[in-house]
Ligand binder design. Structure first.
Ligand SMILES: Cc1cc2nc3c(=O)[nH]c(=O)nc-3n(C[C@H](O)[C@H](O)[C@H](O)COP(=O)(O)O)c2cc1C
Length: 341
């Protein structure tokens, strides 16, 4: 890791009046960034803020954090947890944000990035970007309702036009957002195509609130390049944080891990999933994780198949032991895009 990069990402930053010890965040990831994965990441250390997977704003006011799979957290993470919400109505979004603030979490993040059809059909996520006035109205209403840090995560939009993204950045800032997380891809998502990082630089130049870049940062040199080429204030890591939950400790603290860390992570994840969720859900979540985890290895596809070929948690444990007994070769760089759709 370049010393300037480490220095840049470990410089504390204040957002909405609250200080954060570093500038490397876990991105919101549905089905991946759940309470158990966040515990594993937090135990390794080095992650400035943890963003939750997206939660429905309509549901949040009634959610029970002990039962809900998504609106769920550990008290130990509350001070660094930003709960992400999606929804179509400004009032619904404001009510959800109020509940999150009352729960004492770090902040709220508005999802204007998800282009999955189920979310867009509800006129939520990236679909809101088709109606910029409504997007701004949502940010304004949420701002009126809460005082804690308010993040907006959004993407380039539905056309490949950086001007749309920069104009919207200014309007979000005017509406009261404390920070932006920008993912420079158009909808619908094609993660196999690289994001246009230069658009992050344009968004950064357009506003005076902090801007965090997101998209295809997998290695320390990617991190250096994103910071250098965009001048963004920090970086939000998505899929690599699932493949390597210790990546924050590596990047911000310089901790080095031996290959034994891989089976340890997989086994610990299974144990914690079993404690936290029912078996069926634990199985599903583990299999989603295994997809990204397998990208660490040279022969990712056969390893993925070996890891997930079981329909019980004990079967999955057995698979971890047999797979790692063969000491699979690590890829030079995790091939995260191997599984991109
Ligand atoms: C399986 C999956 C689930 C995701 N869920 C969310 C989500 O709930 N909210 C959101 O804003 N973005 C979501 N994203 C997008 C990520 O936050 C991030 O923008 C994207 O993965 C690009 O970053 P990366 O290249 O570091 O992975 C998801 C992405 C993936 C692959």
């Amino acid at each position: 890791m370049h010393p300037d990069t480490r220095q840049a990402i470990t410089t504390p930053i204040t957002i909405g009046g609250k200080e954060i010890e570093n500038r490397l965040f876990l991105a919101p990831l549905a089905g991946l960034g759940h309470v158990v994965m966040r515990q594993i990441i937090q135990d390794f250390g080095g992650c400035g803020l943890l963003f939750s997977e997206m939660c429905s704003a309509k549901a949040v006011p009634q959610e029970n954090r002990r039962i809900s799979p998504m609106f769920r957290w550990r008290d130990e993470e509350a001070c660094r947890l930003v709960m992400q919400i999606f929804g179509a109505s400004p009032l619904e979004m404001a009510r959800a944000a109020t509940r999150i603030e009352e729960e004492g979490l770090f902040g709220v993040d508005i999802n204007f990035g998800c282009s999955v059809s189920g979310i867009c059909k509800k006129e939520s996520g990236a679909a809101v970007l088709k109606d910029p006035d409504r997007a701004v109205a949502i940010v304004k209403e949420v701002r009126k309702a809460v005082r804690f840090p308010l993040f907006v995560k959004y993407r380039t939009g539905w056309k490949d036009d950086p001007l749309f993204a920069t104009e919207l950045a200014k309007r979000f800032e005017g509406a009261g957002a404390d920070a932006l997380v920008f993912h420079p891809r158009v909808s619908p998502d094609r993660r196999s195509r690289p994001p246009k990082w230069d658009y992050i630089g344009k968004v950064k130049q357009a506003v005076s609130i902090p801007v965090f870049g997101n998209g295809n940062v997998f290695t320390p040199s990617d991190l250096t390049r994103m910071l250098e080429t965009t001048s963004c204030d920090g970086v939000s890591l998505g899929r690599i944080a699932i493949a390597r939950p210790f990546v924050f400790a590596e990047m911000t603290q310089g901790t080095r891990f031996s290959p034994e860390i891989y089976p340890q992570v997989a086994l610990r994840l299974l144990d914690l999933l079993e404690q936290e969720f029912n078996t069926g859900y634990a199985l599903r979540l583990y299999k989603k994780f295994a997809l990204y985890f397998s990208a660490n290895f040279k022969f990712a596809h056969p390893i993925f198949k070996k890891l997930v070929y079981a329909d019980s948690l004990d079967g999955l444990r057995e698979n971890i032991h047999t797979t790692f007994a063969e000491r699979p070769e690590l890829a030079a760089t995790p091939n995260i895009n191997l599984f991109a759709g």
